[in-house]
Write a protein that binds this ligand. Structure first.
Ligand code: FES
Ligand SMILES: [Fe+2]
Length: 356
């Protein structure tokens, strides 16, 4: 299977979780989210151990989730707290609970080994909530494509010219070489387009009289967070972090959560260092990115469909695929390491069991 399990994934936008149970399939596991009486989120396997009715069809009662068929209740830890018409609670009447945590307006979930859950591993690599930065958030988006196709797309500055001509791309960028590097489980693909027109989406905020230097830094943080740092400044301003920060700059942030092997929950937002706190600009940027990401969605769903068909061409790799190649290798390594670790822990517990 193609999933890294020991990682925090975004399960939902904070606002998606209200007073009712909320169902969402994650890493091909049915999950139900709910909020306890004090508002803290919880997540359980979405299946009642009695007659298997999805618990998401039940009701939140106090700190528990009550099944909609015969009223068994389960705590946020997955423990059964009530069985109808009997006082005895069978010891195995419980469901798996997943660690969840709110961070940056999203509810994050840990689908892997609960012993490895660590809030310190939550993604922190953005100036979220920092002075000088304004946020706009996109709507939850469902994409009928393998999350790795989305990651490939977000490590790929070249498609911008062809797919997003009206919002992000310019033809001046088409043949500029890209650079790829890797540091541990993070990949960076960069491109500078010098002395050329700014991206349409940024042009009016920079009010540049002529050409600009523009940058695209495409970051991937394994397993499935992509951040695109892009912007523009006066020609010859330099490549440093400080020079980019002095320009018109945006971080476009993508949190990709596999639903199944061929479908993805897509959560996205942008942070910008211009037009601070201007809600009309935030709305407008969201609209532009809805348009742009719908363009990606259409392409990626077509690619996903085509990949299910018998091959009629021999696939080729191009120089622009260097980031994607590294990403696949990194995921394969992480997934193999998780399966070795889980084999070892199974062996260790088996060893313990036989030692008794
Ligand atoms: S199916 Fe849930 S209590 Fe019976
Ligand atoms: Fe795109």
């Amino acid at each position: 299977m193609s999933f890294v399990r020991n990682a925090w994934y975004v399960g939902a936008w904070r606002d998606e979780l209200g007073t009712k149970p909320f169902a969402r399939r994650i890493l091909d596991v049915p999950v139900v989210f709910f909020r306890r009486a004090d508002g803290r989120p919880a997540a359980l396997v979405d299946q009642c151990p009695h007659r298997l009715l999805p618990l998401s069809r039940g009701t939140v009662v106090g700190d528990t989730l009550q099944c909609g068929y015969h009223g068994m209740c389960f705590s946020a830890e997955g423990q059964c707290t009530r069985v109808p018409a009997q006082t005895h609670i069978p010891p195995d009447a419980n469901v798996r609970a997943f660690p969840v945590i709110e961070h940056w307006g999203m509810v994050w979930i840990w689908m892997g080994d609960p012993r490895l859950t660590d809030p310190a591993r939550l993604f922190q690599g953005l100036p979220w909530g920092k002075p000088g930065w304004t946020l706009n958030t996109g709507p939850y988006t469902h994409v009928k494509a393998d999350y790795r196709l989305l990651v490939e797309n977000l490590l790929d500055p070249v498609h911008v010219t062809y797919v997003h001509q009206s919002t992000l791309g310019t033809s001046a960028m088409a043949d500029i070489p890209i650079e790829t590097s890797q540091d541990g489980d993070t990949i960076l693909v960069t491109r500078w387009t010098r002395n050329s027109p700014a991206a349409p989406i940024l042009q009016r905020f920079g009010r540049w009289p002529g050409n600009v230097d523009r940058w695209q830094y495409y970051w991937w943080h394994a397993p499935s967070i992509n951040v695109v740092d892009f912007g523009a400044h006066d020609v010859g301003s330099g490549d440093s972090e400080a020079a980019r920060q002095a320009g018109v700059r945006m971080f476009s942030n993508h949190f990709l959560t596999p639903e199944t092997a061929t479908t993805t929950h897509y959560f996205w937002c942008q942070l910008r260092n211009f037009a601070p706190d201007d809600e009309a600009v935030s709305r407008e940027i969201t609209e532009q990115f809805v348009m742009a990401f719908d363009e990606d969605k259409e392409i990626l769903e077509a690619v996903q469909q085509a990949s299910a068909e018998p091959l009629v061409v021999r696939p080729v790799q191009l120089g622009i695929d260097a980031g994607a190649v590294r990403m696949h290798r990194t995921l394969d390594r992480l997934i193999a390491a998780e399966s070795t670790a889980s084999d070892e822990s199974t062996l260790a517990s088996h060893g313990q069991a036989t030692a008794h």
